[in-house]
Ligand binder design. Sequence first.
Ligand SMILES: NC(=O)c1ccc[n+]([C@@H]2O[C@H](COP(=O)([O-])OP(=O)(O)OC[C@H]3O[C@@H](n4cnc5c(N)ncnc54)[C@H](OP(=O)(O)O)[C@@H]3O)[C@@H](O)[C@H]2O)c1
Length: 313
Amino acid sequence: MQTMRLGRSGLVVPRICLGTNNFGTGADQQTCNKIMSQALDMGINMIDTADGYARGNSEKIIGQFIKDRREDVILSTKVGREAFLGDLDANKIGVSRKNIIYRLNQSLIKLQTDYIDLYYIHAYDTDVPLEETMKTMDSLVKAGKVRYIACSNHSAEQIEESREIVEKLGLENYIAVQNQYNLFERDIETSVIPYCVENNVGVLAYSPLFGGLLAGRYEKGKPPPQGSRAFYRQGGWWDKVSSRENFEKLDKIKEVAKKTGLSLPAIAIAWILREKRVTTAVVGASRPEQLEEPAKGADVNLSAEIIGELEVL
Ligand SMILES: NC(=O)c1ccc[n+]([C@@H]2O[C@H](COP(=O)([O-])OP(=O)(O)OC[C@H]3O[C@@H](n4cnc5c(N)ncnc54)[C@H](OP(=O)(O)O)[C@@H]3O)[C@@H](O)[C@H]2O)c1
C-alpha cells in the first residue's frame, strides 16, 4: 500500500483508510475483526470512525480489535455530529468545550485506548464560537489525548477561518479535511481541493465508492441485493443514489473501466487518488474481500486520456 504524509504534518498515512460507519449495523464484531485483520495485512493501517457511528457501537467494535495492537493502527474518530443520536441535551451535541471533552473521554473508553491519532470536528458548528472549539482541540493535543486535529464537511472558507484564529493565538491547526468525493459528488473540486493543495492541508475522500454504487454493488432495474446497504437502509439515501441518470452515468464509467482492464471499484479509487491532490480514500467494506479491488486502484496511475474521459462524464 502506497503512503503519503498527511498535509504539512509528519504523519505518514496509507492511501486507503478503512471506513467503519457500517460496523455494528452492516457487520457484526466477528466480521469486522476479519475486515480489520485483512486491512492491516494489506497495509491499510488507518481506521476511521466517529462517536455516533452505529450509536457508538463502531467505536466499541474497533476498541475490542485494536486493544492488543494499538501501535499498529492510525486511529481517527470524530466529534460534533451527535444530533442524529437523538440526544436532546444541548450540551451533549456539537463542538463546545464541554461536549468535545465529554465525547472524547467516551470515545477513549469505547476504543480502549488513551489517545486518538487524528481527531476530527465532524461538521462546522455555527452555534459555538470557533475560538472556543480551536482552543479546546489545541488543549487535547497538549494533554497527549490527541496527536493531530482535522475537520470534516468543511468548506475552504471555514478551514481558512480556523487557520486565521489558530495563527493569531498560536494554537494547533487542522492538518487535514475529510469531505465526500467520488465520480458522482465532485463539489470539493471547486474550492476545497485547490485551497488544500495551496496550503498543504491533507484531503481524505469519504464515500469514494458512492456507498457501493461505484463498486458495482447494484444493478439497474433490480432490487438491492440482500445484505447490501440499500437493502437494510431503505428510503432517502437509496432513492437519491439509484436515479436513472446515475445508472446511465455508471454505464459510461463501466465502459471506460473495461478499456483499462480495471474493475469498477479499482478505477473509481484510482481516479480519486490521481495526481496526489487527494491524500487518502476512506473506503467502507462489509466483507474483507471487498477491500481487494479498491486497494488495487490505489496502486494504479491512470493515463491522462482515461482521466480526461472520466472527467467529462
Ligand atoms: N465525515 C463524514 O461525514 C463521513 C460521512 C460518510 C462516511 N464517512 C466515512 O467514510 C467511510 C466510507 O464511506 P461509505 O461507506 O459511504 O463509502 P464507500 O466506500 O463509498 O462504500 C462502501 C460500500 O461499498 C460496497 N463495497 C465496497 N467495496 C466493494 C467491492 N469491492 N465490491 C462490492 N461492493 C463493495 C460495500 O457495500 P455493502 O455494505 O452494501 O456491502 C461497502 O459498505 C465510512 O465508513 C466512514 O468512515 C465519513
